[in-house]
Write a protein that binds this ligand. Structure first.
Ligand code: SF4
Ligand code: SF4
Length: 192
């Protein structure tokens, strides 16, 4: 499978929503904001290969908003030289079938520890998701489907490098609020 096919498969697995109804109505689409309460810009970080393979030339992302964040300036691990960052053309009118991984996985983040993949929720949240403390409202398929998607994405070496790095930083900073679903031990197939 090439990177594009891996993303397509992961997008399918992760085509689930946290609640049965539109959760954006609960919080006025808090996690889609383009600026935070202090006026600082917010946006979407694409996974390695995601922008060029899947999102470029599609209708969702404003190409003029795309920034390339390089390792020279940003805190990126060895093996990741740049990350693409950008905004939606219209944050109030989501094209759900195209939404990137960052939007599909929230409020979960992937976390690798002792060779296993977990879904976690960080203590430090950019978005005050009102559903984090209301697990009873969650779609029961959400955890399982998001975990399957991440397992697929970890076949891409650069994504694995990035997630391992983020996990290391997160553990060092004691930035885990909740730890959820866990995969079996990740094996060699996750490296190309
Ligand atoms: S912040 Fe939480 S409730 Fe609000 S749109 Fe995002 S995921 Fe849904
Ligand atoms: S892709 Fe959809 S869910 Fe993600 S920021 Fe844009 S409008 Fe919001």
């Amino acid at each position: 499978m090439n990177n594009k096919e891996i993303f397509e498969k992961a997008y399918k697995y992760m085509d689930v929503t946290l609640t049965e109804s539109n959760c954006g109505l609960l919080c006025n689409y808090h996690c889609c904001r383009a600026v935070d309460e202090n006026g600082c810009a917010l946006g979407i970080y694409f996974l390695p290969f995601e922008y060029n393979e899947i999102q470029k030339n599609e209708k969702l992302i404003d190409e003029n908003s795309i920034e390339i964040h390089t390792r020279k300036v940003y805190d990126l691990p060895v093996g990741i030289n740049k990350m693409f960052f950008g905004n939606c053309k219209d944050n109030t009118n989501c094209i759900r079938s195209l939404r990137p991984i960052q939007c599909r996985t929230f409020p979960f983040a992937p976390h690798i520890e002792n060779g296993k993949l977990y879904l976690i929720i960080e203590k430090e949240q950019e978005h005050d998701c009102p559903l984090i403390e209301k697990k009873e409202l969650w779609n029961p398929d959400f955890e399982k489907s998001i975990l399957k998607g991440w397992k697929e994405l970890l076949r891409i070496k650069e994504i694995r490098i990035l997630i391992e790095y983020d996990s290391f930083v997160r553990s060092n900073e004691n930035n885990i609020l909740y730890k959820y679903a866990q995969s079996e031990e990740l094996k060699g197939i996750y490296y190309k």
